[in-house]
Design a protein around this ligand. Structure first.
Ligand SMILES: C[S@@+](CC[C@H](N)C(=O)[O-])C[C@H]1O[C@@H](n2cnc3c(N)ncnc32)[C@H](O)[C@@H]1O
Length: 233
């Protein structure tokens, strides 16, 4: 079962991100503001804005390096970043302001809330979760993001043929996330017959990825698709 959002949580998410989305829309003439914000029906559907061919979401973008570099390479993709803490968000916004980049929307808040409030079902092409906190202690396990509940939410928000990428350096999280995603059979392992990739399928590296590579850690990359099982990456 997905966590139910209460009206207060929704209102807070709206209020907190309203300025961000509005200032983004105002500075980007490719978007039309319209009256979507007054629409009380949830969710808002960010994929309806602009003329982007694809929409990608990064959950837990940290300082936003992955999001920013990808947005520079893939101009026809709208990158929406979700980050729980403000420091990385502020750094990313400063960086965006110094350029004329127009395909990143950074949002602040808990991914479970933001994904439900800002994305319609079947609206995203790609979702990335890169090196999330592993929360190794048993009593902290419930803080892990790569859970059945998250995978169900991601599956719902992905378009048919959409892809979910996630990566970790942590062997315990690697095992845990695998057993959780098996509970969502609609998401098919695109690395099959392997369980994961040992080399990155990405074009750019994340901050944590660079750190772990310098420390010679083994990294695990997962690619799951809302696709026919015969597809391979
Ligand atoms: C270990 S860092 C990895 C940052 C980045 N992805 C990288 O690879 O460099 C994990 C990030 O996920 C964020 N985070 C954790 N739980 C989250 C949640 N529920 N919603 C949004 N962000 C979350 C944390 O604030 C942190 O910035």
């Amino acid at each position: 079962m997905l966590k139910k959002l209460d009206l207060n949580t929704i209102a807070l998410a709206k209020e907190y991100n309203q300025k961000m989305v509005f200032s983004y829309l105002e500075t980007n003439p490719r978007f039309e503001i319209g009256d979507w914000w007054k629409e009380e029906e949830l969710p808002f559907d960010l994929s309806q804005f602009g003329e982007f061919k694809t929409i990608a979401v990064e959950v837990g973008f940290g300082f936003g390096e992955f999001l920013f570099s990808n947005a520079l390479i893939e101009k026809e993709t709208l990158f929406v970043g979700i980050e729980k803490y403000g420091e990385g968000l502020r750094k990313l916004i400063d960086r965006i302001k110094k350029t004329n980049i127009n395909n990143i929307i950074p949002l602040c808040g808990d991914a479970y809330v933001i994904m439900q409030v800002f994305f319609a079902d079947k609206s995203t092409d790609k979702i990335y979760v890169n090196f999330p906190d592993p929360w190794p202690k048993k009593r902290h396990q419930k803080r892990r993001i790569l859970t059945e509940e998250f995978f169900k939410l991601a599956e719902r928000k992905l378009k048919d043929n959409g892809i979910l990428y996630f990566a970790t350096d942590d062997p315990v999280l690697m095992e845990f996330s695998q057993s959780e995603i098996k509970k969502v059979p609609e998401l098919k392992n695109m690395c099959h017959p392997d369980k994961y990739l040992l080399n990155s399928p990405y074009r750019v590296r994340t901050r944590y990825e660079n750190k772990w590579i310098k420390e010679h850690k083994q990294l695990f990359y997962f690619v799951y698709g809302k696709i026919d099982a015969s597809h391979k990456i």
